[in-house]
Every structure is written in C-alpha cells, then in structure tokens.
Design a protein. Structure first.
Length: 101
C-alpha cells in the first residue's frame, strides 16, 4: 500500500492505494503524522477510493489516528469507501466512531 498526502487549505487528504494491512503500518504512520503535524490542517480525510482490502491491523491504525487527531483538535472522516471496505467498517461498527462519507 502507498499513502500520499495532499493538503488544500485547512483540509488534509490521506490517499491510500492498494491493500491496507500491517505491512502498510510505517507508510500510514508517516503520512498521518505529517497531517497531524501540519498546523494549517484542521480536517483530515482518509481516502479509500483505491483500497480494495483492509484487515484488523488497518482498523487498529485508524483507531490510533482517531485518538491522535482528536488530541490535536482535528476532525477525521473516512471517504470514498468501496463496497468491500465499507462492509468491513460496518461489521466493526466504525460508523459509530467515525464519520464515513
């Protein structure tokens, strides 16, 4: 998986591509830390448009990002989820924890 960062004004977008699993841990952490450290960014969007698979370690990484973003005073939303990704998020009841668009 690759994780790219785009910043547009107060919105930071984390663009994920490929399979989101434990092997993506380092790239995901580096990219998310970049957004968390950007003072101008108030809203973080995790874009799943190009993700076709995620596992339980990915869910854990998202929970950690949620905690860190809340501590930094930033909002977090999961966007452009494909059906397979959305199913996993729904089974894990992430709709109660995250904004999913």
């Amino acid at each position: 998986m690759t994780a790219l960062v785009e910043i547009d004004g107060q919105t930071g977008r984390l663009l994920l591509t490929g399979q989101f699993d434990f092997s993506a841990h380092r790239d995901f952490r580096q990219a998310s830390d970049e957004l968390l450290g950007a003072a101008a960014v108030h809203d973080i969007l995790v874009d799943f448009q190009q993700v076709d698979y995620l596992d339980s370690s990915a869910l854990g990484m998202l929970l950690l990002l949620k905690e860190k973003s809340a501590a930094a005073g930033k909002t977090l939303a999961l966007v452009n989820c494909r059906d397979t990704v959305r199913q996993v998020l729904e089974i894990a009841c992430f709709g109660k924890i995250f904004t999913i668009r």
